[in-house]
Write a protein that binds this ligand. Structure first.
Ligand code: KIV
Ligand code: ZN
Length: 400
């Protein structure tokens, strides 16, 4: 029996804090509604103390959405926590997400403090938040570079103080998958009260490992993944929601499932892309424009015979329609015949051979041949030629 992993979406908080990705309040509310349809368990709607606009966005989202848990971020500071609590006032299911840096880099260089003081500030923040909200998540910022022994002590104390979700952020995207997985496993094995909380992954993509680290985390026992649509987020981004969800779906043996309606993934990706004005790279896994496109002759021939030869995901499962056979100078006859057939033009072998020569000449001139160009090519050049051949055949017959 598969276990459930909670999907915690932070597109509207960690994703939105990226320069150029700023959203208006109404855009945030619209995206939050789409996230609820998608089936995420938690929406981190913002950081209310950061600006009146962000406070209002969290407030409106918490008022409008009734099924999904709405989370608000705060530092381990009373005014921050109060603001988060106030913004969540109308939430059916609210969660305050508070925390503090736990790596020596953060403790010594950012907070000018010491380990004992950090634990005390964390405990105070969790207790304060618990008075304002029934659910509290604690983040140990830069946990990726925090010594595991100390991290285990912090986690134990925060659970005792009342946090029921403990976030282990790899804030700087530093860990390798096995290191991040071992960190989660260490906490699962060395925190005496770990059964009273769930561990959450929160990985950044500075080394391109955010998704791999999140998967290593859930394989080691974490039961919540923090992620964003299209992997938007600080610097190189956060863990991409669509990647994690599809990995868990494609790899049955991991024995974990989510509530995500995967056929909504392409739709929400396009919304976030356009609202945030943040183009998705064409070759992005799952939602990139090329994710289900085939342009080389060998691959096209395989996909036309059987989609599974070169695709591990049915594009319909992520709402991406059909696999695309792209016509370029690398395409073969099978692709040309297939695309012509989609235009309701059936080419026999002779026509195909003839068309293919003309096709290659055109394909070498343009990068990609679209339907219009293909129709023109087949109608004008090839079929004309074929007609001429037929006519000259008839003339030859008549002259006999
Ligand atoms: O990356 C991080 O550490 C964060 C925390 C504030 C949760 O985003
Ligand atoms: Zn983050």
């Amino acid at each position: 029996m598969k276990e459930h992993v909670e999907i915690f979406d932070t597109t509207l908080r960690d994703g939105e804090q990226v320069p150029g990705c700023k959203l208006s309040i109404s855009q945030k509310v619209e995206i939050a509604k789409e996230l609820e349809i998608l089936g995420v368990d938690v929406i981190e709607a913002g950081f209310p103390i950061s600006s009146p606009g962000d406070f209002e966005a969290v407030h409106q989202i918490a008022t409008v959405l009734k099924d999904t848990t709405i989370c608000a971020l705060s530092r381990a500071i009373e005014t921050d926590i109060e603001s988060a609590g106030a913004a969540l006032k109308n939430a059916s299911n609210g969660r305050i997400h508070t925390g503090i840096g736990t790596s020596d880099f953060h403790i010594l260089q950012k907070l000018n403090s010491n380990r004992q003081d950090i634990i005390e500030r964390g405990i105070k923040a969790v207790k304060y938040a618990r008075n304002l909200c029934s659910e509290v998540e604690f983040y140990a910022e830069d946990a990726g570079r925090t010594d595991n022994d100390f991290l285990a002590r912090v986690v134990e104390k925060m659970i005792t103080a009342g946090a029921t979700i403990i976030n282990i952020p790899d804030t700087t995207g530093y860990c390798l998958p096995h290191q991040y997985g071992e960190k989660i496993a260490y906490l699962m094995n060395n925190v005496s009260n770990i059964d009273k909380a769930i561990l959450s992954t929160h990985c950044h993509n500075d080394l391109g490992l955010a998704t791999a680290n999140s998967i290593a985390g859930v394989q080691a026992g974490a039961r919540q993944v923090e992620c964003t649509i299209n992997g938007v987020g600080e610097r190189a981004g956060n863990t991409s929601l669509e990647e994690v969800v599809m990995i868990l779906r494609q790899h049955d043996h991991i024995q974990l499932n989510t509530n995500i309606q995967t056929e909504q993934l392409t739709h929400i990706s396009r919304i976030v892309e356009s609202e945030m004005n943040m183009p998705v790279q064409r070759n992005k896994a799952i939602v990139g424009e090329n994710a289900f496109s085939h342009s080389s002759g060998i691959h096209q021939d395989g996909v036309i015979k059987s989609r599974e030869t070169y695709e591990i995901i049915d594009p319909k499962d992520v709402g991406a329609g059909d696999s695309q056979i792209i016509l370029t100078a690398r395409s073969g006859r099978a692709a040309l015949k297939y695309r012509a057939k989609l235009l309701k033009i059936d080419l026999n072998t002779d026509q195909l051979n003839l068309a293919y020569d003309h096709f290659l000449q055109l394909a070498d001139r343009v990068t990609q041949i679209n339907d219009y160009q293909l129709k023109e090519l087949l109608n004008k050049e090839v079929l004309c030629h074929v007609r001429k051949l037929i006519k000259s055949g008839i003339n030859t017959l008549l002259s006999l």
